[in-house]
Every structure is written in structure tokens, then in C-alpha cells.
Write a protein that binds this ligand. Sequence first.
Ligand code: GBH
Length: 513
Amino acid sequence: MSQLPSDVSAELNPDPRPGNRRDFVKSAGLAALGLATTPLLLSSCDTKPAPVAETQPAAAGGGAHGLSFPAGFLWGTATASYQVEGAVNVDGRGPSIWDTFSHTPGKIANNDTGDVACDFYHRYKEDTQLIKSLNAKAFRFSIAWSRIFPTGKGAPNQKGLDFYNRLVDELLANGIQPFATLYHWDLPQALQDQYKGWQGRETAQAFGDYAGYMAEKLSDRVKHFFTLNELWTFIQLGYGDGVFAPGLKLPPAELNQARHHAVLAHGLAVQAIRAHGRPDTRVGLAENIKVAVPYIETPEHIKAAEIATREFNAGYTTVILEGKYTDTFLKNAGANAPKFTAEDLKIISSPLDFCGINIYNPEAYVRAADNAEGYEKIPFAKSHPTSTSKWELLAPEVLYWGARHMQNIWKVKELYITENGCSGTDELTPENRVNDTDRVAFLRGYLSQLQRAVTDGAPVKGYFYWSLVDNFEWASGYGIRFGLFYMDYKTLKRYPKASAEYFRTMAQQNAVL
Ligand code: GBH
């Protein structure tokens, strides 16, 4: 058991019941579901088998002590640079599009900015102890490109690199594996100014160079890299809807081209990481795959959900894993389709070692339909429950189907849930407690479904809860809280929520409890 940091230990039960690690336990009666599906396509994700412990055969047990995960299942939490670091003018960091956007009045709730955020830049040691207190053995963080290359390219900034060196060393010294994301939306402002950001192919090129540099510098210690986080989100909301940085509302042809440059950047980064990283460096992506959930788990609806999922992700995961845009995608785009070469598609679909999926809510419930598409969406009920984030329609089974679709549609051999989490009202009591029963219920429900997916053979090797600590929630500012630890933004003190104790017990026992 890891030690709790002294200032928070009083908040957590210091002596949860002893570990009861068991191997893989079948959740009886559920294993048959979803197995009737046929793989549609070959994937580029399966070329390098993972050196990860094999799932153990079923052992005795189940029931009283919860639903177990296989031995070696990785429990972690996640954050992103702009959301937690603060220290925006420190040690030579260049400005990013999120500095510009958050400082534009009216763009962010309450006009909040990431100037201070959680001050993770200075408190990463304290936060490493929080991670350790959760019994988490992995931490997913992102690197601020403009700390390394203040203008996106050119001469690297040693002081920026040194911060990530210190962070990685601190994590490793505490038995926590670093999983590094190279881009979580904080594009160097200079690249936005010079090339119109992702509208310019040059930005993709610069990203490849930066990725190669990071692999060269960190891959002696960082073994897992993610290229870009959630291409859908930063392209659609940043360049299409204008609600995220850089706040553009591009017409379809230009939006499609920007999206193409982002997937190209992913491929160039994969190649650069292979070229410059140590031979055992492993690379994947972290995409918020749009999941179609079969509204009844019968073969025909499951099939419909697979068809729908492949189309929902046509401009992102599908082209990355298949090396082509789907016919429907190109037909719908018509004259606005992106311009690309066969060579681009080869780069975009460079083989990956694993896939990360960020999953919160389904894109849609679907059913089989006798139409050209082969599926139809069932609109969400107005009363469908959400978290305090109104977009977060709650449906624990989305975690099951996200994992199963990756396995069945694209034959992915190694998967991580790179984000999953729940926002809540999170009030601090006079005793400094946060009774986030909603988040505990969320974790129990979603992780039960994840355990079912693993039991049914989905190759999920780990789970990263979003987020370690409340942080800058983009356009929603600090009003929306996702953390296992509560942030008092006035004092920058962190307090464990009830969900932190819940998580640490699950991580310790490797089971849903
Ligand atoms: C993730 O996105 C992000 O990777 C992470 O940085 C973020 O903090 C976390 O989720 C929680 O939101 O502003 O109403 O237009 C999850 C997918 C896509 C969900 C964008 C919120 C914005 C809705 N997100 N969406 S809105």
C-alpha cells in the first residue's frame, strides 16, 4: 500500500481491507453477448503484438469481492498541460492558442484562464503523491508543445524540456509509469499566426519534428506516447464551431482540409517517434471515438452499431486505422472533400502499437434498419440523465461497446481507456469532505461494463480516470469539476473526494467494488 500524502491522509480511510487479488473472473451470463459480430476489416493497429501480460484463465470466485480485472491491469488517471500546469510565462514557454482564446473576453465561462490552473508546474511532486495515494501505477499527462518549441519549431527550449524530465523522473521514482500525450490542444500561437494552425500542412510537418524530438529526449524513460488527443474535438470545436481555440468557423472544404492535416500530423508523428525513439518505444493515439451503442444486444443491432461507428469516425479513427476515407464520407463531402495523396494515406495509417479511446457518452443508440446505411439512430430522450456537463449523456454500456467495436471493427490488439470521467457539483463540507456519490455511482457503473468487456475478451490493458484533480475545463472554465481530488482554487489545496477512496480501493484490489 502506498503512503498517503500527509495533508490529505485524514480524508481517506488509511486501512482499506486487504487486497484480494484474483485472476480473471467471468461475469456469467454476459460473455455470450456481442460475440456474434464479424470483423469488418483489417487494421493497422495489430502489427506489433503487445508485451503485456496475457489475460489469465478464469479462476474461482466473483460475487462478494467484486468483479476482477486480469492481473497486470493498469489503473491510472489523466490530465492535460493547459488544464493543470499554469506557469504560462515561466521558463521560456511560448504562448499557445489557448492563452489567446482564454484571454479573449466572452470565450470562457466567467472569463477564466489557465494562467494559474492547478499550478501543476510547481506542484507536480505533491500531485505525484496524490497519484500514488490512489494506488495508480500509471499517469497520463500532456506536453505543452510551446514549452519545448516556443514558436512551434526551430531551437528547442531546454528549460521547458527540463520540466518534463523532472516530472517523468518523479513519477518513475514513485513506481508510476508515464504515458505522454504530445498534443492536447495547446498549439503554439506562432503556428496559428504563420500557417493558420491546422489549416496549414506545415503545422503537421512541425508536429512530426516535435514528436521526433520528444521521443529522442524522453523514450529512455517514457515507453508509451500518444500523438494527438481527440482530433474530433479540437478540429470540430476549434475550427468548425468556434467554441474552442482558435475560435474559427470554417466552411466545409477548409474544415475538411484542416482535419486531414491533423490525421496527417498523427501519421508523421508515428513515423518520427519510430525513427528517433528507443526501439522499445510504443506509440498510439487517444481519440474520443464516437460510439454507436446497439439499443438491444442482438446480432443485427450489434452489426448496425458497428456500421454506424465506422461512419461516425470516418474522418478520424477510421482513416487512421484503415488508410482510406470511407466511400460515404467522400460522397457526402462531395466537392468539399479534403485534398490528399495516396502517400498521405500511407503515412496516416502508419502501424500503431496500441489505441487509446476517450469515452464519456454514446454518440447515439442505433438499431438495424432496412435502408442504404444499414442503421438508424434513436434520438436521446429529453430526460436522458447527464452529469453536470450537459453533453455528458450517461450510459455505462458505452465503455463496453467502445472497447468491443475497436476489437471487432478494427482488430485492435491493445487498448487503453485513456479518458473516462464524470463532472459533479462537488461541494466541500466544513470537514473538508466531498460526498460525490454521483461519481462513485458513475465509476461503479462504467467500470462494471469495462470489466464485462475484458471478460468477453476485449484487449483493454488499462483505464485512466479523467481527471486526477479538478482543472480548467476549457470553455466551461473552473465551474465544471471532473477530479478525484477537489481543488480549492483560492488556496490551491487539493482534497480527496469520496470517489478518490473508491478508486484507490478498486485499484488496490484490481476489481470493481
Ligand atoms: C475530454 O473531451 C478532453 O480530452 C478533456 O480535456 C476534457 O477535460 C474532458 O473531456 C472533460 O470534458 O463545450 O458544450 O461544446 C471529451 C469530449 C468533446 C466533451 C467536447 C465536451 C464540448 C461540449 N468532449 N465537448 S461544448
